[in-house]
Each structure stands twice: as C-alpha cells, then as structure tokens.
Design a protein around this ligand. Structure first.
Ligand SMILES: *Cc1c(COP(=O)(O)O)cnc(C)c1O
Length: 382
C-alpha cells in the first residue's frame, strides 16, 4: 500500500469483533482472564490496550519500522527512548533541538550521569569527530526547531553504524508522510504527535518507532515499567487525526511555499529560515531525503521592528506555543519553546529575541498573507 492509503488503512484497520470501521475506544484498565494462566492477549492497559495497540501498529507501518509505542506526550516518548541508556553514556544532539529535549537531558538525565554533546549535526565531520567510546547515540532533528538546519540522515546513520551506535531521529516536523528515517538507516524515530500527526491542536501525545525486535523488547519493557502510556481516548483521536495527514500536509506545504516567498520580499525581515529556498544550505539534502519542505518557517525582524507589536497585531494567526495544527500559529522561541536553553547557547546558535517561528496552517493563503502583511507593517518602532 502507498502511504496515502496506509494512513487510512494501516495498523489494525477497524474492529475485528464487530466490523466497526473505526477501532473502538477500549476504555478499560483491566481484562477478564477466562481461566488461570489464560488471557485474550491483554491483561492490564498499561502493558497493552487494543486502541493504543492499533495506533502503535499504525505508526510502525507508516515509519516502516518493527514496532511502535504510544506515550502521553512527545516528552514521555523521548524520556522512554533516553531510558535505553545508562550511566556514563553520552548522546550527541543536534545543536538546536527542541527545548524540552535539551531540558530533560540537562536537568533530569544529567542526574543519572547520562551526558550529551551539542554538535552541529548538519556537519558530519563534526559528528564523527565527537564520537568517542562513551557516545552511544546520535540524536537528530531535521529540520531543526526553530532554525531549520538539515542533517543528512542517511550519512549520519552510516557513521553511527560504523561506530556501532544508535541513530535516533525526532521526525515531528516532517511526519512519515514526508520523511521516513528508518528507510534512511535510523534505528529509532520519535514524534511529538501533538503536532502534525494529531493535527488539530486537541491532544498531547508522543510516539516512538524502532527498527529491531531487540529495541522493541527493550522499549516495551521501559514503557510498561515507567508507565508514560497514551490513554485509549487520545489514541483514538490520534488515529482519527492521522487519517487526514496527507491532505493536511499537502496544503500545509503549499501554503508554506507561498508564504515563504511572500516573506522574502518584505522590507521588515532580515533573514528567513526555510529549507524550500534553493539558497538554504540544506536544500539539496532536504530534497533528497524528504518529499517536501514542511510548513515551518522562522524569520528575523530587522532591528527597527518590534516582535511584541507583530504578535499583538495579528488577527487571524494565533500567538501561542505548539505547531502543526490546522490553524496557523506563531511563537517567540527565545521566551517560549526554547526558554530552557541558557541565554549564551541561544545567542550562539541564533535563537535571538527578534526570531519568530511560524507554523503555517491550512487556512486560505490570501487571508494568511494579508494578516502577516498588516502585522508586519504595524510592527515598526515609533
Ligand atoms: C513539541 C515537540 C516535542 C515535545 O512534544 P510534546 O508532545 O509537547 O511533549 C519534541 N520534539 C519536537 C520537535 C517538538 O516540536
């Protein structure tokens, strides 16, 4: 099946008992065991629940992995994956990873002596140079949040394999509709399904997909032991969201192309980060490894313009955290999504105060452009 069909019919399609075309919400904590030592495949919903399992099979099919796991948030998925490591292990992370990923490494896993090295993973020489006997994984986001750096997943995975370490990819920005890291050699794919996969800004969820039976056993053990599972109702909502991913992503992508072009011509803007531009340093790699450029655009206002005024004057586009919903969202990475990253590191990597991140929604393109135009014009310092 091709991906557009798989989004709708992948995983466990419907309910085998009644023929319902949608998997029911099995809102139950436990399951009757017909006799001693016998069960129908389920015992307790932390360990396994049919609605969650349907979602887990679906994401595994979409990412072409061995098994999938659903968690209560993207951070719970990331935490479970990082729990594969042990004291003295080190993980190489892309230099502008999601703020929460940095925070959990820096303030939680640090306490357990699991370390990280911040590396520009778009530069593969830097990646290889930083691998030593303690480094056990390369953790990539591509495109990165919020600066849209592109890492060559296939080449990074080759380096990882050579050193017998894992490649982990946070695929939130692309989704399996646009990019399938396991086919490029990655071992583990992570999603904040809160974003494009859910797609409607109405749930918080995380997913992880692994490429081997060994990793599947380990991650299931961690999922069951630490318990950060996704509940049946949210699993159902997420399956429902995923069914329309292809039409949403096509529109997101189309709108983003037009808006990036519009922003490029604006006098208020100093710099735009969008991998769809030919002059973007990662453009060719993005083109090679993904089926689109996504709908995340970051831009820097010139000094004479005030970002607070820009946010205040928007009327259609919502100012708020998150991304990937049907509605367009803007945020201020320095004080919102990336506030957990120390000021010096933020400056060093380019997450400055005048940086704005836009998640282009699927509204009418002219409405979006007019809103941006009016707000940019009103953002001049007097
Ligand atoms: C939002 C996000 C996360 C965290 O996911 P939650 O669902 O908010 O816990 C991780 N990675 C990326 C790239 C994100 O955008």
């Amino acid at each position: 099946m091709k991906i557009k069909s798989l989004l709708i019919h992948g995983g466990k399609d419907g309910d085998e008992f009644t023929g319902a075309v949608n998997i029911p919400i099995y809102q139950t904590s436990t399951f009757k065991q017909p006799e001693f030592g016998v069960n129908k495949g389920y015992e307790y919903s932390r360990t396994g629940n049919p609605t969650r399992e349907s979602l887990e099979k679906l994401i595994s099919d979409l990412e072409e992995g061995y098994a999938g796991f659903a968690f209560a948030s993207g951070m719970a998925a990331i935490t479970a994956v990082l729990s594969l490591f042990k004291s003295e292990d080190q993980i190489i992370i892309s230099n502008n990873v999601y703020g929460g990923t940095f925070r959990v490494l820096n303030q939680i896993f640090n306490n357990f002596n699991i370390g990280y090295k911040i590396v520009d993973t778009s530069n593969l020489n830097e990646v290889e140079k930083n691998i030593d006997k303690n480094v056990k994984a390369i953790y990539i986001e591509t495109p990165t949040n919020p600066l849209m750096d592109i890492t060559d997943i296939e080449e990074a995975a080759k380096i990882a394999r050579k050193h017998k370490i894992l490649t982990i990819v946070d695929n939130t920005f692309m989704t399996p509709y646009l990019q399938r890291p396991i086919l490029l050699g990655a071992d583990i794919v992570i999603h904040s399904a809160t974003k494009y996969l859910g797609g409607h800004s109405d749930l918080v969820a995380g997913l992880a997909v692994v490429n081997t039976e060994d990793l599947a056993e380990k991650l299931h053990f961690i999922q069951n032991s630490t318990g950060g599972i996704l509940g049946p109702f949210d699993s159902f909502l997420l399956i429902r969201g995923i069914k329309t991913l292809s039409v949403r992503m096509d529109r997101h992508d189309e709108n983003a192309k037009l808006i990036a072009q519009f922003l490029k011509g604006r006098p208020e803007i100093e710099k735009i980060y969008y991998p769809g531009f030919k002059e973007h340093p990662g453009h060719d790699i993005q083109k090679k490894q993904a089926d689109g450029y996504g709908a995340m655009i970051s831009f820097v206002l010139r000094r004479e313009y005030n970002y607070k005024k820009f946010f205040k004057n928007l009327s259609l586009i919502t100012f708020g955290e998150s991304l990937g919903g049907v509605e367009s969202l803007v945020c201020h990475p320095a004080s919102m999504t990336h506030a957990a990253i120390p000021y010096e590191i933020r400056q060093k990597v380019g997450i400055t105060d005048n940086l704005i991140r836009l998640s282009v929604g699927i509204e009418d393109k002219e409405d979006l452009i007019n809103d941006l135009k009016e707000s940019l014009e009103a953002s001049k310092e007097v």
